[in-house]
Design a binder for this molecule. Structure first.
Ligand SMILES: *Cc1c(COP(=O)(O)O)cnc(C)c1O
Length: 863
């Protein structure tokens, strides 16, 4: 029988058990071992049956059982202690609270009181499946670490009624997707309500002036609230209710609706949140990838409502906005047809002060090779944010090249996109046995001080190895369970599955590979030479075993074919005891996969991996990375903390390139990785392997932490953005907007008239000084409006200045003693500091204290 209506009857906890509600509804339990253990201790069997979901488990208790538990003095005491610990965590001063004193000592303004963090997905725990991959996991780790550091972030996202899909396999290895409906009342979130108890709501206007109404839910992530908009609201028709049906599904229009709700609705949700709770309004807005970019339009519209012009509002918004780009793959960037934007941002949009022309201009690809018919969300993100970053150093370089066209006249190194390398939240990702072992030998600071990882040498080799083996053995057990479940779903019967109890071996070198399956990640590179892979798997003395997982985007047939190819290889009776594909990669699987693998394999097509974080999680568990030098690995591989798979950069033929790189991978496995793992001393310990493990902990431990990442965001982006935001008063915004308009109008006439230099002999040597005098024609601009610079450095045989240094020249007065003719003199000296070919040039750029980077306006005139 099918129910015609459903609702959830909530558990009423007896008074002494009330703290359970609080512990279950604050997601801190997902990374706080003692709280997890408290829940598990209620009933280990039900804990597992509820898929380690505290809310679901509590719902399984009958009123009688709860009464019995309430009478259990011992349990109630432990519960009270856990609640007290949570209260302490939520209220005590942490890192961020000490920042103001430090800033005051430098005569700087206090840190922002609130920072909004927008993301289309958040991966916090497996029981809140609102993520598809790295972007969401990163957002989750960002919030968790912000909570640990006391950073006052508010997360903003969407609540997808079906989340991302659950993956299973058909008999012949094809990916099958299920989208179970999530009942928000059974999730660890709560409905945001008005003071009178009615559900609070947010609405945005879509094409044709139609309102889209959304509920607002709140997930509490430690100290950080995460607001989630949900279009499943009675006021909407079926189609609008389905706007937040699933992550990254549907048509472009569907995605546009999602992104309008996230960006525009998200800002409205923040206002609502402030009104209901008295929370301060955010001073900085951070958008994790371009999907939430419309938040800038809503904020411009708010400001226009207070009397600013569009241009003034734009300056105000830019000052306090941070944009993080995450993909060097053009297909990974959201682009909409211009018509779609036109139909949604016309006069009925309800966004006061925004004309559709201005909106379109923000997302226009106005650079060589750009497509005039599209609206590009990343481009809009860059135009709406004064500060932008990529997610590893290499990705910073790649992004500066990729978006170079938006700052014409500047070489990529000057493109104002910086980088902050991603990190991972250790309490979520480090196996509790590893952290407890470290704590025992190093001390409790291992949990809070990044540098403590450097003392990893204090852990005796035999104990380190024993712990690594336990984690590997657990993964073997879990893989067997997952494989059995998978084969049952694929139509096998238990009677045929006796072999599954013997797959994988807790003492064999275990290599993991798990990630989403876009083409550039090359899931099947290891299958380039299947016979060679078989020999590695079946080596009589030094076998390897592979644990593989990954979901393909449902619309990506190529990705599904790669999975099928992998599954078919792994199904072969000759190798199936050494290679498994585990369906439904998610946070729950990831948490046992990383600790259980000795080696974490990553072989993307360089440089398409923006950062990658799974290898960091492996490293924090004592796994060794075997990876292409891409993303974070390009930055932190030091020759001894793992292995670099050689890349054939520049080889045009993709097949040949794959052949070369696959051969490099096999060679490393055969000649370096496996021999080192199996080389044992008299006690049976692989000493040389363990010294690499230790070196991995010591060299990477402090760097890969999300606490390092969040602190970097605070210092490098949030503090400057907050300062700029506060400095941009309406008067300053007006001045800056007028300055930009003036400079843009005059710029075509600005030129360097001539440059004289003096002071050098015929054979200049290091230490000599060169005097430079430049005359610039400013076409009506004031000398204060510009910066004249000398750019000098090594020159290539083609006279290109590489590795340059920039030095400002000083204003020395009007040329010809006639201020009216627009010609001005700028002078300075530079000292030759390097031998070899040297060259210089002079350039003029706009100057204003409201600019964050010299290239910001994309205007420059070179001599
Ligand atoms: C860490 C993680 C990712 C991201 O890993 P990458 O190395 O960036 O591909 C994806 N999915 C899950 C479940 C993760 O835990």
């Amino acid at each position: 029988m099918r129910a015609i209506r459903r609702f959830t009857v909530r558990t009423v906890l007896p008074e002494p058990l009330k703290p359970l509600d609080e512990l279950a509804s604050n997601l801190r339990w997902s990374w706080h071992r003692p709280t997890l253990e408290l829940f598990a201790s209620l009933s280990p069997a039900r804990w597992e049956a509820a898929r380690r979901d505290p809310v679901a488990m509590l719902g399984s208790f009958s009123p009688e059982e709860l009464q019995n538990l309430a009478a259990d003095r011992d349990f109630v005491a432990r519960l009270e202690q856990a609640a007290a610990d949570l209260h302490g965590y939520l209220s005590e001063p942490r890192w961020y609270q000490s920042l103001d004193a430090e800033l005051a000592a430098e005569s700087r303004a206090p840190a922002p009181r609130s920072i909004a963090y927008f993301s289309p997905e958040f991966g916090i725990t497996a029981v809140l499946p609102q993520y598809s991959g790295g972007l969401g996991i990163l957002a989750g780790d960002h919030l968790k670490s912000a909570s640990d550091l006391g950073v006052p972030i508010v997360g903003v996202g969407l609540l997808y009624q079906r989340g991302y899909f659950e993956q299973s396999l058909t008999r012949d290895g094809w990916q099958h997707e299920d989208y179970p409906v999530l009942d928000p009342h059974e999730l660890p979130i709560s409905l945001v309500r008005e003071a009178d108890g009615t559900p609070a709501e947010v609405s945005v206007t879509l094409a044709g002036g139609r309102p889209l109404v959304a509920h607002l839910w709140k997930a509490q992530v430690g100290r950080v609230p995460l607001l989630l908009l949900d279009s499943d609201h009675e006021a909407n028709d079926e189609a609008f209710r389905a706007v937040t049906d699933r992550l990254y599904g549907g048509t472009p229009e569907h995605r546009l609706h999602q992104e309008m709700l996230l960006g525009i609705g998200g800002v409205r949700a923040l206002r609502l949140w402030s009104r209901l709770t008295g929370a301060p309004a955010p001073e900085v807005y951070h958008t994790n990838e371009g999907h939430a970019g419309f938040l800038g339009l809503e904020r411009i519209s708010e400001l226009v409502g207070t009397g600013l012009s569009f241009d003034e509002a734009l300056e105000t918004v830019r000052a306090a906005t941070v944009f993080t780009t995450h993909t060097p793959v053009p297909a990974g960037i959201d682009r909409f047809a211009r018509e779609l934007i036109m139909s949604h941002f016309g006069p009925e949009s309800g966004l006061a002060g925004l004309s559709v022309e201005r909106v379109l201009a923000l997302g226009a690809e106005t650079y060589p090779g750009g497509d005039a018919a599209v609206f590009n969300m990343a481009v809009m993100g860059l135009r709406l944010a004064q500060r932008a970053n990529g997610v590893s150093q290499l990705h910073g370089v790649v992004s500066r090249e990729m978006f170079d066209g938006l700052w014409p006249g500047f070489d990529p190194p000057e493109v104002p996109i910086t980088s902050i390398t991603n990190g991972v939240h250790a309490p979520t990702w480090v196996d509790h046995r590893m952290i407890e072992l470290a704590e025992q030998h190093i001390g409790p600071q291992i949990r809070s001080e990044a540098r403590a990882w450097e003392e990893i040498g204090k852990i005796p080799a035999d104990q380190l190895w024993a712990t690594r083996r336990q984690m590997r053995a657990d993964l073997v057990t879990e893989s067997r369970q997952r494989m059995r479940a998978s084969w049952l779903r694929r139509g096998a019967s238990n009677a045929e599955l006796h072999w599954i109890d013997d797959i994988l071996d807790p003492d064999v070198l275990t290599i993991g590979f798990a990630r989403r399956v876009p083409t550039y990640k090359r899931l099947t590179l290891m299958l380039r030479d299947p016979e060679r892979l078989k020999r590695l798997l079946l080596h009589p003395e030094r076998p390897i075993q592979l644990v593989i997982a990954g979901k393909s985007h449902p619309a990506d047939e190529t990705g599904k074919r790669l999975i099928q190819q992998m599954v078919r290889f792994a199904d072969d009776a000759g190798v199936r005891h050494r290679i498994v594909f585990l369906p439904n990669y998610d946070i729950a699987m990831a948490q046992s996969l990383y600790p259980g693998c000795d080696v974490w394999l990553n072989n993307p097509l360089r440089p398409f991996e923006a950062c990658g974080t799974s290898g960091m999680k492996s490293a924090l568990n004592g796994g060794l990375n075997l990876s292409v030098l891409d993303g974070w690995w390009d930055e932190w591989f030091d020759g001894e903390n793992g292995w670099a798979i050689p890349t054939a950069d520049g080889v045009e033929d993709p097949d040949y390139r794959d052949d070369l790189e696959a051969a490099g991978l096999y060679d490393l496995l055969e000649n370096e990785v496996a021999p080192r793992f199996y080389e044992r001393d008299a006690e049976g310990l692989p000493q040389r392997w363990l010294s690499m493990v230790r070196h991995t902990f010591a060299s990477l431990g402090p760097k890969v932490l999300a606490s390092r990442m969040v602190a970097d965001y605070v210092r490098q982006l949030y503090l400057p953005a907050a300062d700029a935001g506060r400095a941009t008063t309406p008067e300053v915004a007006r001045d800056l907007a007028a300055f930009k308009a003036r400079v843009r109008t005059s710029w075509p006439g600005v030129r360097v008239e001539h440059v004289d230099s003096s002071g050098l002999s015929d054979s200049p040597q290091v230490g000599d000084q060169l005097s430079v005098r430049a005359v610039a024609f400013l076409d009506g601009l004031d000398p204060d409006d510009v910066q004249v610079q000398v750019v000098h450095g090594r020159v290539s045989p083609e006279d290109l200045i590489t590795d340059f240094v920039v030095q400002d020249l000083q204003y020395a007065g009007p040329a010809d003693n006639d201020p009216a003719d627009g010609k001005h003199v700028f002078e300075g000296h530079l000292t030759l500091r390097r031998t070899g070919p040297f060259g210089y040039t002079v350039r003029v750029l706009p100057r204003h204290e409201g600019l964050a980077a010299p290239a910001e306006l994309g205007l420059v005139t070179n001599a």
